[in-house]
Design a protein around this ligand. Structure first.
Ligand SMILES: NC(=O)NCCC(=O)O
Ligand SMILES: [Zn+2]
Ligand SMILES: [Zn+2]
Length: 510
């Protein structure tokens, strides 16, 4: 059973299976069932990939697989709102594809992710078709966001098709990566207006790309070509500026905004201010931002330092603690990973020039464990809040709740069993990615996902992974999530607040 089912795509024990294998009947007994707002000891019965019953003392026939969860937590599988699998980026392609990234995710208790479709030469439909192919061998459920990289009538029409026919309800605008993905403020405004009319959520990568470009030139002129130049060239102020600008432009258009990978106090404080004033702004910290600091970027070994290069950069000590506090108080709402992995050879593309180091770090497999250890085991988040920030809030924002993100009768059977008394240790030697390094190497902590059930199938149990191409489904997401409720009222108020125009005479006197 411990053979490689898909040689070379995942490390560790990986059992085989077939795409058409039926789901089993499963009873999870005696655990504490946790939802975003409630927890209680209960049994959970699963049949045909769906949660069929949640109640005490369920009695079942002999053909039902029983999992004893006494003393453990039974929770919705994690949903990662931010991944890049098989992404072509900075002259290369991420080493983890949909299958290997998802296999690793399942081993870490994440049962769904939302990946970013990158248009092909600006074309959304070509980008969509390319990602449908990339995701063909999916082992777990997934959805798509879509990036917007240029603006014309075709793009505007294609956005409509993506929302109305393809099940995409969010569009991402890159305010950085000048010369490739970066867009202008004019495009941002057009895009925000279109998002609003379609009920789609606008998302931003918030860094001032022009200033980053200037910062990079400055570092090269100073002779700083190593990974530390990456952090020095794009300081927190540039993230704060772009976050503020995106928030103000979204406010001007009156559409909800989702700020991805909030990495700095500067950006977080802009979100806090906007939310306090009543604006609908969601802030997503990522695990690397909550966990790491930038000191390793100054390591004299290029390879050790380069694996931490991502954008916005991992920040100086202090930022991660502030982001944790913001998550625990609700200023930030859900945790992603921005999982975007490149191996050592790919990272070495930038050995003479930090601008050529492919940007991105791992996190898909580690997110649930690290959020548990850093936020729950430390007392910063309750167990129910853990479910909220790792699963339910993502499902709500992207309009798939309670199909996803809940242990309720009728919800998809994406369920994990977490043992709070067990522990984890992270290493590239044992992780399930294709990449050869791990930015959390050696990190240990409390709390371990012992069982993962995805779509009603046990895919992770007793350290054995059963990730099977074809077991994952594409999840369509409908527009007009809860953030759009009441927006028309604000629009009407805006119109009535305009002071009446002055009627001027067109007759000129001499
Ligand atoms: N974040 C990062 O460094 N790589 C992935 C692309 C992005 O999200 O900006
Ligand atoms: Zn980004
Ligand atoms: Zn990203």
């Amino acid at each position: 059973n411990n053979q490689f089912c898909d040689a070379g795509t995942a490390y560790g024990k990986l059992a085989c299976g077939t795409a058409t294998a039926p789901t089993s009947k499963i009873l999870i007994k005696g655990g504490t069932v946790v939802n975003a707002h409630h927890k209680e000891v209960s049994d959970v019965y699963i049949e045909d990939g769906i949660i069929a019953a949640v109640q005490k003392n369920i009695v079942v026939a002999d053909d039902v697989k029983i999992i004893d969860a006494t003393g453990k937590y039974v929770m919705p599988g994690g949903i990662d709102p931010h991944t890049h699998l098989a992404m072509e980026f900075m002259g290369t392609e991420t080493i983890d594809d949909f299958f290997s990234g998802q296999a690793a995710a399942l081993a870490g208790g994440t049962t769904m992710h939302i990946d970013f479709v990158i248009p092909v030469d600006g074309s959304l439909s070509a980008g969509y078709e390319a990602y449908v192919k990339k995701a063909e061998r999916s082992a777990m459920d997934y959805g798509f966001h879509m990036a917007i990289t240029k603006w014309d009538d075709t793009v505007s029409r294609e956005m409509e098709v993506m929302v109305k026919e393809k099940g995409i309800n969010s569009f991402k605008f890159f305010m950085a990566y000048k010369g490739s993905l970066m867009i202008s403020d004019e495009l941002l405004l057009e895009g925000f207006k279109k998002c609003k009319s379609l009920g789609a959520l606008a998302m931003v990568h918030a860094e001032n790309g022009d200033a980053v470009f200037e910062g990079q030139k400055r570092m090269i002129e100073l002779g700083i070509t190593g990974p530390e130049g990456h952090a020095l060239s794009r300081p927190p102020a540039l993230e704060g500026e772009a976050t503020s600008r995106a928030i103000r432009l979204a406010g001007f258009v009156n559409t909800p905004l989702y700020v991805v990978h909030v990495m700095s106090i500067d950006a977080m404080e802009e979100i806090a201010k906007a939310r306090k004033s009543g604006q609908k702004v969601i802030g997503e910290p990522v695990v690397s931002g909550l966990e790491l600091d930038d000191s390793i970027l100054w390591d004299s070994d290029f390879h050790r330092a380069a694996k931490y290069v991502m954008s916005p950069p991992i920040r100086a000590p202090g930022h991660s603690k502030a982001l944790q506090a913001a998550l625990s108080t609700g200023v930030l709402q859900l945790v992603g990973t921005d999982h975007c992995t490149f191996n050592s050879t790919q990272k070495a593309m930038g050995i003479d020039d930090f601008r050529k180091i492919p940007n991105g770090v791992n996190g898909l497999e580690e997110r649930m464990h690290l959020v548990w250890d850093t936020m729950v085991a430390s007392g910063q988040l309750s167990v129910t809040e853990f479910v909220k920030v790792t699963s339910s809030e993502c499902a709500r924002i992207f309009n798939i709740y309670p199909k996803k993100g809940a242990i309720l009768v009728g919800s998809d059977a994406d369920v994990i069993v977490l043992n709070p008394n067990s522990s984890f240790e992270i290493s590239a030697k044992s992780h399930h990615y294709r990449t050869d390094t791990n930015v959390y190497e050696g990190r240990r902590g409390k709390g371990k996902v012992e069982v993962t059930i995805a779509g009603g199938r046990i895919v992770w149990e007793e350290e054995e992974l059963k990730a099977v191409p074809g077991w994952g489904k594409y999840i369509k997401m409908a527009p007009f999530n809860y953030l759009f409720d009441g927006l028309e009222r604000a629009d009407a108020e805006y119109l009535s607040s305009l002071r009446a125009p002055v009627m001027r005479s067109s007759i000129h006197t001499t």
